[in-house]
Write a protein that binds this ligand. Structure first.
Ligand code: NAP
Length: 244
């Protein structure tokens, strides 16, 4: 039986993964801003779930994470699923800056807290849901794609740090393609949209048997492989528009 903390467990990929963890018999520490959603999740398996409302953009989030871990009786896996994202071709500053605060600053705040906990407790597994959106700068969502690239690089850096210092921490960078969650629902239609349950099932596989990096699914892995080969001069000239 594992003890997993999921930050961003109130909807979408995090919520679905939490449900699969319940079926697995694991103990779950669930966090996110919406208390009602956390309480609804706990009601699904009260004996397996501890909850803590927290906002990763706030300074008190690490303290709240620590309290949650304490109530859970320890943490074997930290899964970071909190994030926001929007198309922003109008380059609205409020959207760009909120994205940086959540996916940049909030992400680092929580990963550092998880890293320090795991380091001080003899090792563990830190998994983050980044995205394939970090592969190249996306004109339709500049802050989103830039923060996802930052997440990829940050995990690479911490993974090297942990090995250098012999901390015994495993890292997994999970990069899904488009998933049918509330994050995308507001922005119209997306191609190759994957059901949340399918993505959560794949995430469970890498939580059981850690891998350093995984693109979900195979079609997207192939897509990313070719995407990376597009030279920047050509990438900038591609007209990538989404149907509204
Ligand atoms: N959907 C996709 O196509 C897709 C593809 C690739 C990667 N991803 C990534 O997957 C992750 C999960 O997204 P999703 O698609 O499952 O979207 P979602 O259903 O909107 O879930 C986002 C989660 O993030 C939490 N969150 C947002 N801001 C937060 C904050 N300030 N503090 C704490 N928690 C916060 C939300 O909880 P509260 O609102 O309760 O705080 C919610 O649980 C994101 O990082 C996203 O970038 C999504």
């Amino acid at each position: 039986m594992k003890r997993i903390v999921i930050v961003g467990a109130t909807s979408g990929i995090g919520l679905e993964t939490a449900r699969l963890c319940i079926r697995e018999g694991w103990r779950i520490g669930a966090a996110g801003r919406r208390l009602e959603a956390l309480e609804a999740l706990r009601a699904e398996a009260p004996e397996q779930i501890e909850i803590e409302p927290l906002d990763i953009t706030r300074d008190d989030a690490p303290e709240r994470l620590e309290k949650l871990i304490e109530r859970l009786g320890g943490m074997d896996i930290y899964l970071h699923s909190s994030g926001i994202g929007s198309r922003n071709t109008d380059l609205r500053p409020d959207i760009e800056l909120a994205t940086l605060r959540t996916n940049g600053e909030g992400f680092v705040r929580m990963i550092v807290a998880a890293f320090n906990y795991v380091r001080n407790h003899g090792g563990g597994h830190i998994a983050v849901i980044s995205s394939i959106a970090g592969t190249k700068g996306l004109g339709s969502a500049p802050a989103y794609s830039a923060t996802k690239r930052m997440q990829n690089t940050y995990i690479d850096a911490l993974s090297q740090l942990a090995r250098m210092e012999g901390y015994g921490i495993r890292f997994t960078d999970i990069r899904p393609g488009f998933v049918a969650t509330p994050l995308l629902a507001k922005d119209g239609h997306y191609p190759m949209l994957m059901p949340t349950e399918k993505v959560a099932r794949r995430i469970m596989q890498v939580l059981r048997k850690p891998r350093r990096r995984v693109v979900i699914d195979r079609r997207y892995a192939l897509f990313v492989f070719f995407w990376k080969m597009i030279p920047q001069w050509l990438w900038e000239r591609l007209k990538i528009r989404k149907e509204e």
